[in-house]
Design a protein around this ligand. Structure first.
Ligand SMILES: Cc1cc2nc3c(=O)[nH]c(=O)nc-3n(C[C@H](O)[C@H](O)[C@H](O)COP(=O)(O)O)c2cc1C
Length: 293
């Protein structure tokens, strides 16, 4: 492990700035053996809600030109199982975790934060931006005032923990969301979550997904993510974590040049699970490029 890659986000120090994005990496250990989890700075775990969720029925994934549409609907084991089984398993394996928290409604969110506080979680990422659920998610994340409310509550409930707000690109102005999160006490922001899209099954003459709209990820969204990181990092003083379409070492370097403090690899894990370690190798060799002026 090289000390010069150590990365500070809020009160937390990660051994390097390469993270696995929430969702594709599950609860982390699913990728043991495929991804060298000991090499990455942290695994951002699948978003949990207070109650377990079965997720959306029907089709959940559809490949598109240069991307992937998903409509998972925040399937997760819920807070009790996550904090009793999933998180301890990661820490026993010596893997740093960023715990992704979602909100179906205010009451669910409040109880989830209490559970996270009891578990003395070090770093959380607030997923205020999921496009695939009826309530919560994007409805909260697209409104700067609601973002501030949810961030402030996490800040107050979690004491010393590092609080990261994950932002949606499906909003009028993502920079306004970032400023709002910063003012409410977020230690960092992650940009971006998936971009809303849809697909149609021509044979069956109906939308592919039961909920019609889904979240687009993968290389197709990288220019949107890069633009968001570029603009946000010029507007806020807190670190920006880049997420969206990273599928090569060169892509990751572009995010650092755009102003990101750290990067997350998501969809690319499905076809190139060695990528996160390859990015760490490249950074160890040549260093993290400083942001462009
Ligand atoms: C199958 C799948 C599931 C996802 N689940 C979550 C999730 O639970 N919470 C979250 O914050 N983001 C989730 N995401 C979004 C990713 O974390 C990431 O922000 C987004 O896909 C863009 O990065 P990528 O193009 O590298 O995948 C999911 C993405 C995919 C493809």
């Amino acid at each position: 492990m090289s000390a010069f890659l150590m990365t500070t986000i809020g009160r937390a120090t990660l051994k390097n700035p390469v993270l696995l994005a929430s969702g594709p990496a599950g609860y982390g250990l699913e990728y043991e053996g495929l991804v060298d989890l000991g090499r990455v700075g942290a695994v951002v775990t699948k978003t949990i809600t207070f109650e377990p969720r079965a997720g959306n029925p029907g089709r959940r994934l559809q490949e598109t030109g240069g991307g992937l549409l998903n409509s998972i609907g925040l399937e997760n084991v819920g807070a009790a199982v996550f904090f009793a089984e999933k998180l301890p398993a990661l820490s026993e394996a010596g893997i740093s975790a960023v715990v992704s928290l979602g909100a179906e409604d205010w009451d669910d969110y409040r109880r989830l934060l209490e559970a996270a506080g009891r578990a003395a979680v070090d770093i959380v990422e607030l997923n205020l931006s999921c496009p695939n659920v009826e309530r919560g998610g994007m409805a909260i994340g697209a409104d700067p005032e609601l973002v501030a409310l949810y961030v402030r509550h996490a800040r107050d409930a979690l004491g010393e923990a590092t609080v990261i707000a994950k932002l949606t690109p499906n909003a009028a102005d993502i920079v306004a969301l970032a400023l709002s999160a910063e003012q409410a006490g977020a230690d960092a922001v992650t940009a971006i979550n998936t971009v809303v899209g849809m697909d149609i099954d021509v044979e069956r003459r109906r939308p592919v997904f039961g909920r019609v709209r889904a979240g687009l990820s993968g290389p197709a969204i990288m220019p949107i993510a890069l633009d968001a990181v570029w603009r946000i990092s010029r507007a806020v003083d807190i670190p920006v974590i880049g997420s969206g379409g990273i599928s090569s070492v060169g892509d990751a370097l572009k995010f650092f040049l755009a102003g990101a403090r750290a990067v997350q690899v998501g969809t690319a894990l499905f076809y190139d699970p060695a990528l996160p370690a390859a990015i760490v190798d490249a950074l160890e060799k040549d260093g993290v490029p400083p942001p462009l002026p």
